[in-house]
Ligand binder design. Structure first.
Ligand code: HEC
Length: 281
């Protein structure tokens, strides 16, 4: 197989055909347009008439170009006065249709700055960070703020040595099984007692403390060998901790019914009560 080149209007056409069969049957795989011989000839004549020359058919045409060049040019000038003669004769290739402009969103997407590669690990770790963040901002489990949980901790650390870890009593009186509820019907009075203890003016001047109408008689500090410390002055508990430990003694150790919401012993109520019932000594 070989290729024959035929110039036409400056364009080179490659037209493969099979030599072995002796004919010029074009190969089916070559989609080349066949230009009829008479058109080629006409083109060559025309070019010759305009004095442009070129092409392999130049040998046939020059005669015409040489004989009447001026007439040919004049004719051309008549038909297309504005355009340059030579160029007008040439078949101007139609410009390829302008590419359809991208829609604005595609333009924006192309202009947008890409995520740099070094940001990839950061992006990959983002969900992990999110999980940590999520768990860190979660409110603490409700137990941590539950006064009864706080009260149990305060009791174990400050009171259990004398009253027993379950309020069963020791050097101090028994608090469990409703005993402390007998001594103090009013939890505020109990909070005042715990705040001052025996050591800082909890009992009356005669040594008695708690309800006067207690079954079996009012309590007296003379009944017990030890001395009840002041939760505030001796043990250094905060008013909130005192409220919590009082609730623990009553509601957990002595099984008092949990008061309805809004009726619990509060720090404010205890402070107000203590103001009205100051220490006796
Ligand atoms: C050093 C031992 C000791 C410690 C610690 C102690 N207490 Fe007492 N507690 C006593 C004694 C003794 C009494 C009896 C009154 C007295 O003789 O002082 C008492 C009495 C009480 C009473 C009255 C009980 C009743 O029915 O008569 C309550 C309530 C009480 N203590 C609560 C507490 C709380 C709450 C704590 C911890 C914050 C605590 N106590 C720590 C020794 C102690």
């Amino acid at each position: 197989m070989w290729t024959r080149t035929r110039p036409f209007n400056g364009v080179v056409h490659h037209r493969p055909f099979c030599l072995a069969e002796g004919d010029r049957r074009p190969l089916e795989s070559a989609p080349v347009t066949e230009i009829p011989e008479h058109l080629l000839k006409r083109s060559q004549e025309r070019r010759a008439a305009l004095g442009l020359g070129g092409g392999d058919g130049g040998a046939e045409a020059p005669a015409a170009g040489a004989t009447e060049p001026s007439t040919a040019v004049a004719k051309s000038a008549e038909t297309a006065p504005a355009a340059p003669v030579g160029r007008a004769a040439r078949a101007e290739p139609t410009p390829a249709p302008a590419a359809k402009p991208d829609p604005p969103y595609v333009v924006a997407a192309k202009r947008r700055r890409r995520v740099p590669y070094f940001a990839m690990p950061v992006l990959a770790l983002l969900p992990v960070w999110g999980m940590f963040y999520w768990f860190s901002v979660q409110p603490p489990p409700p137990d941590q703020n539950d006064p009864l949980v706080v009260g149990a901790q305060v009791y174990a650390a400050n009171c259990s040595t004398c009253h027993g870890s379950n309020g069963e009593g020791g050097s101090g009186p028994k608090l469990a099984d409703g005993e402390v509820l007998k001594t103090f019907k009013d939890p505020l009075a109990q909070a005042r007692w715990v705040t001052y203890g025996k050591t800082h003016g909890g009992p009356d001047a005669n040594g008695n403390y708690g309800d006067k109408d207690r079954p079996g008689g009012q309590r007296s500090v003379d009944e017990f060998g030890g001395a009840m410390p002041s939760a505030e002055k001796d043990l250094g508990l905060t008013p909130d901790q005192i409220v919590a430990v009082v609730r623990h003694e009553r509601e957990t150790l002595s099984k008092e019914k949990t008061p309805p919401a809004g009726q619990e012993v509060t720090t404010d109520k205890v402070a107000a009560y203590i103001k009205d019932n100051p220490a006796t000594g």
